[in-house]
Design a protein around this ligand. Structure first.
Ligand code: ARG
Ligand code: ZN
Length: 876
């Protein structure tokens, strides 16, 4: 491979900063291709530190530099590609630099850039060094005073962190605003936004009676689409007070929605910047999933104000300190706002779809990684979602009260500091008088533990002996694995469907308990079990593990119908479906006619029609495991057979249950008034799941039904569900619907992403050609991350059958595009490249094709550090 060597940064080499920056004054003269940034930094050498002072800086054009107002001689400093070094700086001084930067050229979207003409910044993790010379690391906290100057025409609105303290007209068609943030913060939380923006405004009164001005800033014309995000923000503020006792700390809170953004959103102090797709919504343009995401992400960024901003990370290895904890908090927020059971199922589905493959592949890393080349590559499902599971287990261990005591102590000890994951666990332990050392390997060990369960009922002694065994496969750089403390919430369901009491060592534990599997293996003998009861294990997904349990079909059906834990009921159906589908895959590979299990379909039918169950739950419970999930269960992955088996089973379910499905589809029609709440969304979900099953039969009636639903849809959830059915069925209805959708929404940036994505995910044979043609659509641009993700990302991640085309055309196409994208936006390119790490699990011919494509990228001249890291690790 020709890739350059990039330095590896290691946790073990952490050293405290040698200088502190007591105060930062920045002033920006905004101009699209030549913005001047002046920085006055009050720098102080830390006690006991010697040596030169190095500031980070990239893509900066240094115009002037002074110390305490005195110009520096050429020998007093050196400037490199990555920073500026002062050979012998005084121990306390003011450093003033002036640099020129180019926001328009900035296609990386890190630092200061323009999105549809709006100036905005993204500094996490290391974007601030593209704005000015600075010790760009999270453990250097400073207060900021920011002056923003710009043309009144182009930039009527000028925003930064904190409070607006001055504003004046400069007389030459320009004006300025001065912002001051009283809270010391690391540079990654700095933000600036300027441009033509409309606002949607409201207020919130905090628990101590302070009135906070809330403003959501959007591109002109978009203010009417902010109502739901604003509502979510106010509910987030209230919820954080009620559940965590945490109050907002400034009198103003701004959110800006921009079209071009590398990720979801960013928690800059009092000036959150969002990808517009997570703010803008109305019934005609946003699906129920969009509404739920907006609520979750608005909450997430708001919750960072305490978990992330008031207490931040010492170094980027501690990223999960703020991200895992804040994901846990946003999950709890959504669970409290909606259905807790449904939220848990959705979160587990996401963890399995994204984190489990990561943890089992070449990019596996611990929740607290030990090394990286490019930190942007570590904003992963492991750091975020597994990190949240690690917090959730501590919550379960300590209970809500104990956990809240821990949080209280965490803030008492560390408010205003930059700390580590160990500090967090220490606060939890100390507040509860518990030793939590044994828990810490969850942060440092990569890989998903596999727990194997077995049990035996003995009729004479009326005992049920349950054995649990754990093992974790080696991951890159971690050959030896240790046993982790696995909290296994469980119960026993009697053959009559009733819960049994759990009696262990003569002690009656009631109907449910948490077993702690903290060694390789654990055996428990439950007493007084007089029928062949079935263990219901890992209820609520109490630990992020893979569970292997030898359930018979009858036992799965029993749990599907009777488990008192809704997660476990869903899980029983998923595991049954998985076993069935994998059996069908084996049949297809052996050229046998696959056996469709009628008992399974009947059990699905009972859930479908059980009106005592929440519709949202029913919709999830009758959705088959995804192709990717099935792929995770087998090596090598039989891509085509998995697709075929799943299609056949869906079709069989659609045909067998067609009467119930049609009846439900008719009954669940709403009354025309759109309500974005969870209950109404749940009914839409179930109704659309019914439509999808009816569509799986691919009969002319089903296509007509989907087309009718498309035509009369009065909200985006229904419209997209119908369109999804139609895009899988070649014919005039499909083309008519896609053309109609285009004409309706061609001027809506966010909605057009859906149009690109749905075509990219179609299983029809002409998909790759269509995707290639769509690259030339006027709305598509390689410079817009949302468009790239919608078209190329959806094809690579959401269309297994076409991406893995046997001739390698899918791989070649995506790699060509990623080579192109890497030059424009390495962060987004590297993110999509991760999917090529799966080549090893494919059958030999595809593995070779995928690996060859990946090698071609790896050999590209000038490949970014971001893509180099992913490519190198994937090929290792
Ligand atoms: N802190 C942001 C959030 O989770 C995400 C920042 C992502 N940054 C990155 N370089 N990928 O809310
Ligand atoms: Zn976050």
């Amino acid at each position: 491979m020709k890739t350059e060597q990039h330095a590896v940064i290691r946790l073990s080499e952490y050293a405290a900063p040698s200088y502190a920056v007591a105060g930062v004054a920045l002033s920006f003269d905004l101009a699209p291709t030549g913005t001047t940034v002046r920085a006055d930094l009050k720098i102080e050498r830390s006690a006991g530190q010697t040596g030169p002072l190095t500031l980070d800086g990239e893509a900066l054009d240094l115009k002037s530099i002074t110390i305490d107002g005195q110009p520096l001689g050429d020998n007093a400093y050196t400037v490199t590609e990555t920073g500026l070094t002062l050979a012998d700086a005084p121990s306390k001084f003011t450093l003033t630099t002036e640099v020129l930067i180019d926001p328009v050229e900035n296609t990386r979207l890190e630092g200061l850039y323009q999105s549809n003409g709006i100036f905005c910044t993204q500094c996490e993790a290391e974007g601030f060094r593209r704005i000015t010379y600075f010790p760009d690391r999270p453990d250097v906290l400073s207060t900021y005073r920011v002056t923003v100057r710009g043309s009144k025409d182009v930039c009527p609105i000028l925003l930064s962190n904190g409070n607006l303290v001055e504003q004046r007209d400069l007389g030459d068609g320009r004006h300025e605003a001065v912002w001051e943030d009283p809270f010391p913060k690391p540079s990654y939380l700095f933000a600036l936004v300027a441009g033509k923006l409309d606002s949607y405004e409201d207020t919130f009164t905090t628990m101590s009676g302070r009135k906070v001005d809330l403003k959501i800033w959007v591109e002109p014309g978009n203010a009417p689409y902010c109502a739901y995000a604003m509502d979510a923000l106010k509910r987030s503020m209230k919820w954080d007070e009620d559940r965590f006792g945490l109050e907002y700390d400034l009198d103003i809170f701004n959110i800006v929605a921009v079209s071009d953004f590398n990720m979801g959103a960013m928690e800059n102090k009092s000036l959150n910047v969002f990808n517009a797709k997570y703010i803008l919504a109305d019934p005609e343009t946003a699906t129920d999933a969009d509404y739920a995401n907006i609520e979750a992400i608005v909450g997430h960024e708001y919750f960072h104000n305490w978990t992330g901003n008031r207490v931040t990370c010492r170094d980027w290895f501690q990223l999960s300190l703020k991200e895992g904890l804040t994901v846990f908090r946003d999950q709890e927020f959504s669970a409290d706002m909606r259905s807790r059971a449904v939220k848990r199922i959705q979160d587990v589905r996401m963890l399995r779809a994204r984190q489990f493959p990561e943890d089992a592949g070449p990019l596996a890393h611990p929740v607290r990684p030990e090394s990286y080349m490019e930190i942007n590559n570590f904003y992963t499902a492991t750091v975020y979602e597994k990190g949240a599971e690690v917090i959730r287990m501590q919550h379960a261990l300590l209970g809500e009260d104990g956990f809240q005591k821990g949080m209280k102590l965490y803030f008492e000890r560390h408010d205003g500091q930059a700390v580590t994951c160990d500090d967090f666990v220490a606060a939890m332990a100390d507040a509860n008088g518990r030793d939590m050392t044994g828990f810490k390997p969850w942060y440092s060990q990569a890989g998903t533990p596999k727990v194997t369960a077995s049990w035996r009922h003995d009729a004479t002694s009326k005992t049920l002996t349950l054995t649990l065994t754990q093992a974790t496969e080696p991951t890159p750089g971690q050959k030896q694995k240790q046993a982790l403390p696995i909290p296994m919430r469980m119960g026993l369901v009697g053959s009559d469907g009733k819960p049994c009491n759990l009696i262990l060592d003569g002690q009656d534990l009631g109907a449910e308990t948490v077993l702690m599997l903290d060694e390789d293996s654990l055996t428990c003998v439950f007493e007084g079990v007089d029928n062949a009861a079935v263990p219901s294990l890992n209820r609520g997904f109490s630990a992020p593990i893979v569970l292997k349990a030898p359930y018979s079909a009858a036992e799965s059906i029993l749990l599907m119908g009777h488990d008192p834990d809704p997660f476990a009921r869903w899980e029983a159906g998923q595991q049954y479906a998985t076993a069935l589908l994998l059996g069908m895959v084996a049949d297809l590979r052996e050229k046998r006619e696959p056996v469709l299990d009628e008992g399974f379909i009947a059990a699905f039918g009972r859930i479908l029609t059980d009106s005592s169950l929440d519709p949202a739950f029913r919709s999830l419970a009758i959705t088959l495991p995804s192709e990717d999930y099935l792929a995770e269960q087998m090596r090598p992955v039989a891509v085509d057979e998995i697709h075929e088996a799943r299609q056949r089973l869906r079709k069989a379910i659609g045909e067998t249950l067609s009467r119930d499905l049609s009846r439900l589809h008719a009954e669940l029609a709403d009354d025309g008034r759109f309500d974005p709440g969870a209950d109404a969304a749940g009914r839409r979900a179930l109704r659309n799941t019914a439509l999808i099953y009816l569509g799986a039969a691919e009969t002319p009636e089903a296509v007509t039904l989907a087309k009718t639903r498309y035509d009369i849809a009065d909200n985006m959830t229904d419209r997209m569900a119908a369109l999804a059915v139609l895009t899988e069925c070649a014919g005039p209805e499909r083309e008519a619907a896609l053309a109609d959708f285009h004409d309706r929404f061609k001027d809506d940036e966010q909605v057009m992403d859906k149009w690109f994505a749905i075509q990219a995910m179609s299983g029809l044979p002409d998909t790759l050609d269509r995707v290639k043609a769509l690259l030339d659509h006027p709305r598509f641009s390689m410079k817009k991350p949302n468009k790239v993700r919608a078209l190329i990302g959806s094809f690579a991640m959401g269309n297994p059958i076409r991406f893995h085309a046997a001739d390698g055309s899918g791989y070649d196409f995506v790699i060509d595009k990623l080579i192109e994208l890497d030059r424009l936006n390495p962060q987004v390119a590297a993110r999509l490249l991760g999917t090529f790490g799966q080549w090893r699990r494919l059958p030999a011919d595809r593995a070779r094709l995928m690996k060859t494509a990946l090698e071609r990228l790896a050999e590209t001249e000038g490949l970014s550090r971001d893509s180099t890291e992913i490519a190198t690790k994937s090929l290792a």
